[in-house]
Design a protein around this ligand. Structure first.
Ligand SMILES: C[S@@+](CC[C@H](N)C(=O)[O-])C[C@H]1O[C@@H](n2cnc3c(N)ncnc32)[C@H](O)[C@@H]1O
Length: 269
């Protein structure tokens, strides 16, 4: 459970984020750049670096309509909106993350380009054929019903639309180190193998353009921002309990082949 899930009021969440930003030597009274916040709001393997790499792969255009699913604090949405200039809808299950994301959108001056919706990836509140690009990072591992998840993504994409993602996948060895950032125990560990992922996506109607295993290249930065190098530096621990142990377990699981990190770009026929 994230700290944000412990039912802070919106004011509390905002104060926690503002305090962390000030402690890192940034001034929230002045406009912040998405990059300055990168250690705080890219809650996935490889952090900001992995988001930049996915941005290259996704080839998003300024007039594309983009949906970020399970956006968390919407760090990637701000990176995309500022780099490309497009509009983005974010859907996020946690009210607390939605509140945090809206605050960070204001602090970066991007609130007019990014819209935050509270809701579920399994019941997207958008009509079919709504988006050119769906973006998702480290979310499917929280969701058991992959067919429903990928079916929803397919439904909201326009013909020719793309699904750009990075995701944890099951390795060849059974996962044994818990807690992990996405599962406190084995019963909540919803990983499928890369082969199963490709096959479910294909059954849902997607064509693969790129699908690759990047475990080795991101080993050194599993959750690099889990434990900030110096006191006061921005990091994910502002929101996630027990993160140092979870990140250590994730790294060990990757090193021993229990989990894999994959990314891809799939297209709607
Ligand atoms: C590891 S975080 C990744 C956040 C963000 N994508 C990023 O990379 O910074 C996983 C996020 O998925 C959200 N999430 C999990 N299940 C969801 C669902 N069914 N619908 C919407 N969001 C979900 C969680 O609340 C959390 O914010």
């Amino acid at each position: 459970m994230s700290r944000l899930e412990e039912h802070y009021s919106a004011d509390d969440i905002e104060s926690r984020i503002l305090a962390a930003i000030r402690a890192a030597g940034l001034n929230p009274e002045q406009r912040l750049s998405p990059e300055e916040l990168g250690a705080l709001d890219h809650f996935h393997t490889g952090g900001l670096r992995a988001s930049r790499e996915l941005l290259e792969i996704a080839q998003i255009q300024a007039d594309d309509k983009v949906l970020d699913i399970g956006a968390g604090l919407a760090g990637s949405a701000r990176l995309i909106a500022s780099a490309i200039g497009c509009r983005i809808d974010c859907i996020e299950m946690s009210n607390d993350y939605c509140t945090g994301a809206a605050l960070l959108n204001r602090l970066t001056g991007l609130e007019n380009r990014i819209k935050i919706h509270q809701g579920s990836a399994l019941d997207l509140p958008f009509p079919e054929n709504s988006f050119d690009v769906v973006w998702m990072q480290n979310v499917g591992m929280n969701i058991a019903d992959k067919r429903k998840l990928y079916g929803e993504i397919f439904r909201v994409l326009k013909p020719g639309g793309r699904y750009a993602f990075q995701e944890m996948a099951a390795g060849k060895v059974t996962t044994s180190y818990f807690p992990l950032p996405w599962a406190s125990n084995a019963a909540h560990n919803y990983l499928i193998s890369a082969e199963e992922m490709r096959s479910v996506l294909s059954e849902c109607g997607f064509i693969v353009e790129l699908f690759e295993d990047t475990s080795d290249s991101h080993l050194s930065s599993t959750l690099a921002n889990a434990t900030p190098a110096a006191p006061g530096q921005l990091g994910l621990a502002v929101f996630v309990d027990n993160l140092a142990l979870k990140a250590k377990n994730a790294r060990r699981s990757l090193e021993e082949g229990q989990v894999r990190l994959v990314r891809g770009n799939f297209r709607v026929k």
